[in-house]
Design a binder for this molecule. Structure first.
Ligand code: PMP
Length: 330
């Protein structure tokens, strides 16, 4: 019999698939590492498993313990699927602007969700961060993974994502491209690939226009899961060799193309990373191998950039889509 002992054992070992339709005019091989094959649907399952394993090992989390984390998205799902198996209580603190489908997913895993006000500054006792910190103090046996400062995040990518890419390309990868959120993915994977290739692999970051990592003025943006307005400890800025600044319009256009042309229904940060990967690949010789990491599934974004009305309402061009509207006959 061939089976996993628990769903947490299914984290990682995600496949590489070649992009063949959006790569017109490019000689290099462009391979997508599709992280939605993780059991929680995103790359965050990797950090969740390692953070929980390390907390148990270090005695920070034990029987009867509670995991408390401010997260509304993929990290919560990853933590939940590991925590459920091991009998931990989960409390996720979510800003009210994210209430909705994502919160329902966390509840479906049996998590308790505390909704906080978005429109207060971080130091306000009602804020997302303050409420999470208070719960950690008040709940006995509480553990806060703190993905923005926990070194196990980047380490999980150093130990799994990087080696998988090196193994699956037979060491022929020449460029690695990833979006930067907490920075864990690019820091851990990029560090591994630099070390194993003697820095021959070029590590390329993708950052939404308006975020801190690529410099320039800070302003809002709509792509989710990437970009920041502060420098988290989980990110080592010495790892990327270059960083591309990608406007939302390009990220969303490419994400929609990945669904319609490659059959990859992925999140907006995946489209953003592919824009940077194609900029990188253009002009490279045929023996170059560009690996781009696609962090999550697109099903959570159906009523956002996959929706033509949402796109138009936010000023984005939807372009000619197949059968975007079919006129009914009477
Ligand atoms: N895309 C999505 C959808 C994410 O949830 C995240 C994690 N915040 C990222 C990209 C960026 O990954 P990292 O935090 O490792 O930089």
């Amino acid at each position: 019999m061939r089976y996993a002992q628990s769903v947490a054992d299914l984290v990682g070992d995600t496949p590489l698939v070649q992009l063949t339709r959006v790569t017109d005019g490019i000689a290099a091989t462009v391979l997508a590492k599709v992280e939605y094959f993780n059991p929680g649907g995103s790359a965050k399952d990797r950090i969740a498993r390692r953070i929980i394993d390390a907390a148990e090992r270090d005695g920070l989390l034990g029987p009867g313990g509670t995991i408390v984390e401010p997260t509304s998205g993929n990290t919560g799902v990853g933590l939940a699927l590991v925590a459920v198996q091991r009998g931990y209580r989960m409390v996720f603190v979510v800003p009210d602007k994210f209430a909705g489908a994502k919160v329902d997913v966390l509840k479906a895993y049996g998590a308790e969700v505390v909704v906080t006000e978005t429109s207060v500054p971080p130091e306000d006792p009602r804020s997302y961060y303050s409420v999470a910190d208070r719960l950690v103090r008040e709940i006995p046996g509480a553990f806060k993974p703190n993905q923005f400062a926990n070194s196990n995040g980047p380490l999980s990518h150093y130990e799994t994502t990087g080696p998988e890419i090196w193994r699956d390309t037979d060491g022929r990868v020449t460029h690695f491209v990833a979006g930067i959120g907490t920075g864990g993915t690019i820091t851990g994977t990029g560090r591994f690939l630099h070390e194993v290739s003697n820095s021959a692999v070029r590590v390329v970051g993708a950052d939404p226009e308006g975020s801190i990592y690529s410099g320039g003025p800070l302003h809002g943006y709509l792509v989710e899961g990437v970009g920041e307005d502060f420098w988290p400890e989980s990110y080592d800025p010495s790892v990327p060799d270059e960083i591309h600044r990608i406007p939302d319009a390009e990220s969303f256009e490419m994400t929609r193309r990945l669904a319609r042309e490659e059959g990859l229904l992925v999140g907006g940060s995946s489209g953003m990373a592919v824009v940077a990967a194609l900029r990188t690949a253009r002009g490279l010789p045929a023996d170059a191998v560009v690996v781009v990491l696609l962090p999550d599934h697109g099903r959570g974004y159906l009523n956002r950039f996959y929706d033509d009305d949402w796109m138009r309402d936010h000023g984005f061009d939807v372009g000619p889509g197949p059968a975007a509207s079919v006129t009914p006959t009477e």
